[in-house]
Design a protein around this ligand. Structure first.
Ligand code: 6PG
Length: 486
């Protein structure tokens, strides 16, 4: 770096693997940005500046040079693997940055790590921002959806820079200041949980169309392409059609048939379920999606128990068009449950961690750039615009009407998949969640009785205030008392 470059970059990127390089290129392509770049091994930096001279990068070989190349308030986005690598770079920057400067973690960090890091770094007067960046490598280059947390002060500088590179949906950049400290990474985690559910639901719809409907992957691709013109229009439906069209060059078979049926996971969906369990908020579809990936990977167990009696009945389909429409409606209703539960989890997280998160703003920035981008999110944005404190998306008039039109199909599909022995855990759990939500009376009453019988954990009554316990091992009379603490 030459002395003329000292303090000349308004934004810097540390970590130049594909995501980091693409983000740096995106930043450099926008009017008003001068981008500093640094990577621990200089080879990557050299490759980037050689392949993209047009970007006008300010390249540094050392972290000291990189920091010197940044204009104040120095602003650097870290794009390295979540975990120890991120901590190492944060320390390097925090040692060299001054109060008012801004460190951004653009990786998929666990939000509790971000809360810890923000406390440590802000103690030095330096701003720390955990920013979820969604859209994969292409999104990083062309326009991601960006979910930054951190302080309002940091967002004053960072916001316009992120807005210059974010995807645009309905004329608006897909970025908003989500909330303080870990709020951005929390919302990104929920995005990933919804992504898992969405992918699992699409996979279950595919499996039902294939196994029960007898459609080929290519024919199902056509069905998804058709669905992508309506309420289900989304990035995931679109790419699923492409995956199902793909033919394996080596064998000439459908690509999906040569792929090993064991799903991987980098862990963000697991975090979502763990966090929702701790927050006491149901995320049935997301949880079933995580468990379905785990089950698919239990290869030894599956091999040992394959051929278990199915005792299934043929799913007789008199009208194939009606069958396909039933699956489409079941997919839509189940997807609504997954998103509704995801937004409930954001609200529960905000209450727990003291964040003020605007659910309408979150739905708007998910309309473009991110993996779950979909026409559907415009409807969700409308729902929260109409009622910011909406108890549940399912109660929104538009969605209530949509579910009313779908629930019969939903039941047909779940019931027949079960009879036919086709696993549809996310469809089924979403329907049970819906039925649980709308039931005037739940068997939780019996659970309370069981808990009081073996643990004297007490119960409430429907007809009187107070807390009660029955003397099960005595005369079975009821006594009023304070709830047990053990
Ligand atoms: C995104 C994606 C991304 C995630 C990959 C892998 O928003 O761009 O969610 O952040 O890392 O999708 O996720 P899994 O390996 O957990 O499926």
């Amino acid at each position: 770096m030459t002395t003329s470059n000292v303090g000349s970059a308004n934004i810097g990127v540390v970590g130049l693997a594909v995501m980091g390089s693409n983000l740096a290129r995106n930043l450099a392509s926008r009017e008003g940005n001068t981008v500093a770049v640094y990577n621990r091994s200089y080879e990557r930096t050299d490759l980037l500046i050689t392949e993209h001279p047009e970007a006008g990068f300010i390249a540094s070989e050392t972290i000291d040079e990189f920091v010197a190349s940044l204009a104040k308030p120095r602003t650097a986005i870290i794009m390295v693997q979540a975990g120890k690598g991120t901590d190492a770079v944060i320390s390097q920057l925090a040692e060299r940055f001054e109060p008012g400067d801004i460190i951004v973690d653009g990786g998929n960090a666990l939000f509790t790590d971000t809360i810890r890091r923000e406390k440590e770094v802000s103690a030095k007067g330096i701003n720390f921002v955990g920013a979820g960046i969604s859209g994969g490598e292409e999104g990083a280059l062309k326009g991601p959806s960006i979910m930054p947390g951190g302080s309002a002060e940091a967002y004053k500088t960072l916001g316009p820079i992120l807005a210059s590179i974010a995807a645009i949906a309905e004329g608006e950049p897909c970025v908003t200041h989500v909330g303080t400290d870990g709020a951005g990474h929390f919302v990104k985690m929920i995005h990933n949980g919804i992504e898992y559910a969405d992918m699992q639901l699409i996979a279950e719809a595919y499996d039902i169309l294939r196994q029960a409907g007898g459609y080929s992957p290519a024919e199902i691709a056509e069905i998804f392409t058709e669905w992508n013109k309506g309420d289900l229009e989304s990035f995931l439906i679109e790419i699923t059609a492409e995956v199902l069209k793909q033919v394996d060059a080596k064998t000439g078979k459908p690509f999906v048939d040569v792929v090993l049926d064991q799903a991987g996971s980098k862990g963000t969906g697991v975090w979502t379920v763990q966090t929702a369990l701790n927050l006491g908020t149901p995320v049935s579809g997301i949880a079933e999606a995580v468990f379905a990936r785990s089950l698919s990977s239990q290869s030894a167990q599956r091999a040992a128990v394959s051929g278990l009696p199915a005792d299934a009945t043929e799913w007789s389909i008199a009208d194939k068009a009606a069958f396909v429409e039933d699956v489409r409606r079941a997919l839509y209703a189940s997807k609504l449950v997954a998103y509704s539960q995801g937004f409930d989890a954001i609200r529960a997280g905000a209450a727990e961690y003291g964040w003020k998160i605007d659910l309408g703003a979150v739905s708007k920035i998910w309309r473009g750039g991110c993996i779950i981008r979909a026409q559907f999110l415009n409807r969700i944005a409308d729902a929260y615009a109409a009622k910011p404190d909406l108890e549940s998306l399912i109660f929104d008039p538009y969605f209530k009407d949509a579910v009313a039109k779908s629930v019969k199909s939903w039941r047909n599909v779940v019931a027949n998949a079960s009879l036919a022995g086709i696993p549809a855990p996310a469809f089924a759990s979403s329907l049970s969640y819906y039925d649980g939500l709308r039931s005037p009376r739940l068997p939780a009453a019996l659970v309370q009785g069981q808990r009081d019988f073996f643990g004297a954990h007490t119960y409430k009554r429907v007809d009187r205030d107070g807390t009660f316990h029955t003397l099960w091992s005595g005369d079975r009379s009821e006594v009023e008392q304070e709830p047990s603490t053990h």
